[in-house]
Design a protein around this ligand. Structure first.
Ligand SMILES: Nc1nc2c(c(=O)[nH]1)N[C@H]1C(S)=C(S)[C@@H](COP(=O)(O)O)O[C@H]1N2
Ligand SMILES: [Mo]
Length: 505
């Protein structure tokens, strides 16, 4: 068979330079907001196996996570400056292209028989790769085997990148989604759990970077013009033109990065629109994966026995409300004073005390993993009543589309890190009706939820990232449209920052 360099392989090569560089830069932005890697699902401070930050300790004993952000220069990460939401938008926009083109590539590879260029058909390839290595170490460029496009080492390393590293990075990427991880619970366990998956995803990035460095060194060693002529024109006849065209191509990729970075820093909402067009069609499918994973808090895995006080170790994000009203509620014991109002587009508006909530819940609990969008996780056992049961009691009117949750907390007032007004969140009906969408009033059988984790009552949406799990819940309102509330994006962080409430990943 004639291998050569068919046009689709050359196009794929160029696209991959764009995709991988965008994925790495936006990936660094995401990692930077929580630059620590863990083995255990409880990301207890001090137990990271690796960290990429100079900040040693959290700034506050409980409200740790906001202060653990690192922001990098826009020259390094996309878009830089710790803009996690926008980094995620780019990561998912690029992923859409990267995965599509990889699937097409694999189909063409196997459809045309070109897979033989990567997959060794005999053990001799491995033996030959050993000889090639010795040859490289003596600074002699090893020859390609008869009829093959590359030597044995190249064959094996390219094959590894396309057929091992890429499927692995896609798999571990998909399982970053709480919706996927909670639905395919067996696979999540098999892969070692959320933090191991996050670590492997990171190591895949290191794999791509190491591969790229060696690959570029090899291209230079083999002859820049000769190699680029192959990947530009499909043959070795035009080494000068090949070198020039390829170098211009690389310069255009750099220019694309500069434009994308500046555009993102200046026009975040425009990037959000692009994201909504490209990414939402597939992230919306995640609404069809109801969470069903149950963790066992006492027997999560051998590594998790470091835990002494699980509730204290449950990470906290955001500061509790500081109004006299909320403080009085906490001081007086909210058992009697707190009432949860459920109203809006319902037949029977109602208010429920904690005691009533507890009776209606009939001891129901769920033990789940909290996935903060920054990357930390904590396992907690939540007692509460499902939103679906509450909706059945209140009776949504025909045409009700969303459920809005409002907090006692005003971010501008209560948290020096933020601006804006009341913290709120909304869920489309399909998510509100999921079995693990819960109104919780008890964490880890302690009889209550600690103030830092949302006392007295909070929302749990287990298919989604942490920011949507509203704490310090004051009121629930069923609505027939959410796009006329505040900025119309469905939640506090959606309005003031660049987060997508429909992005269950
Ligand atoms: N009212 C309110 N709810 C909130 C937040 C907040 O700042 N205010 N932070 C969110 C974020 S970003 C996360 S990760 C979780 C954290 O929950 P925890 O503090 O119990 O870990 O709460 C979410 N709910
Ligand atoms: Mo978060």
């Amino acid at each position: 068979m004639e291998f050569g360099f068919p046009w689709w392989l050359r196009v794929e090569h160029f696209l991959n330079i764009i995709f991988l560089s965008f994925l790495v830069r936006s990936g660094i932005e995401i990692l930077g907001t929580y630059p620590k890697l863990y083995r255990s699902q409880h990301t207890v401070p001090g137990t990271a196996w690796s960290q990429f930050t100079v900040q040693r300790a959290a700034k506050h004993k409980y409200y740790t996570v906001g202060g653990e952000y690192d922001d990098y220069s826009p020259r390094i990460s996309l878009p830089g400056r710790g803009l996690l939401g926008l980094g995620r938008y780019w990561h998912f926009i690029t992923v859409t292209g990267f995965v599509t083109s990889w699937v097409i590539y694999i189909v063409l590879l196997f459809g045309t028989g070109q897979w033989r260029r990567y997959i060794p058909t005999s053990l001799d390839t491995f033996v030959q790769a050993g000889r090639d290595m010795v040859s490289y170490l003596a600074f002699v460029v090893p020859e390609a085997a008869d009829g093959a496009p590359f030597n044995a080492i190249q064959q094996l390393s390219y094959g590894f990148v396309f057929l091992v590293l890429t499927p692995l990075v896609i798999l571990t990427g998909v399982f970053q989604s709480p919706a996927v991880a909670n639905y395919f619970s067996r696979i999540t366990r098999m892969l070692g759990g959320r933090q191991v998956i996050r670590t492997v995803h990171f190591l895949c990035m290191i794999g791509y970077i190491v591969f790229t460095v060696i690959h570029v060194a090899m291209v230079i060693l083999h002859g820049y013009g000769y190699e680029t002529s192959k990947i530009v024109f499909g043959h070795t006849d035009l080494p000068v033109a090949g070198g020039v065209v390829f170098t211009i191509g690389l310069a255009l990729v750099v220019l694309l990065h500069v434009i994308a970075t500046r555009w993102t820093l200046a026009e975040g909402r425009a990037v959000e629109k692009l994201h909504n067009i490209v990414v939402r069609p597939w992230t919306n499918l995640l609404y069809h994966l109801p969470a069903r994973m149950h963790y066992d808090r006492d027997n999560v895995s051998g590594k998790d026995v470091v835990l002494k006080n699980t509730t204290q170790n449950f990470r906290g994000s955001g500061r509790p409300p500081e109004t006299p009203e909320y403080l009085a509620l906490m001081a007086n014991g909210y058992e009697d004073d707190y009432v949860l109002e459920i109203g809006g587009y319902v037949e029977r508006p109602m208010s429920l005390t904690i005691r009533e909530l507890r009776e209606l819940a009939e001891g129901h609990s769920q033990t789940t993993l909290h996935h903060c969008v920054q990357g930390f996780t904590s396992i907690g056992k939540w007692r509460g009543i499902s939103v679906s049961d509450l909706l059945d009691l209140a009776g949504p009117l025909p045409g009700a589309t969303d459920v809005v949750f409002m907090s006692f907390q005003d971010m501008g007032r209560d948290d020096a890190l933020y601006e804006g007004g009341t913290y709120y969140e909304s869920t489309p009906m399909i998510e509100a009706r999921m079995p693990q969408t819960l109104i919780a009033f008890d964490l880890n059988d302690e009889g209550e939820i600690p103030a830092k984790n949302g006392a007295p009552v909070r929302l749990r949406t287990e298919t989604s990232t942490g920011f949507r799990n509203l704490k310090w819940l004051e009121r629930i309102e069923v609505v027939n449209r959410y796009d006329i509330i505040v900025e119309g994006r469905g939640g506090y962080f959606e309005d003031v920052d660049f987060y997508d409430r429909n992005q269950l990943i």
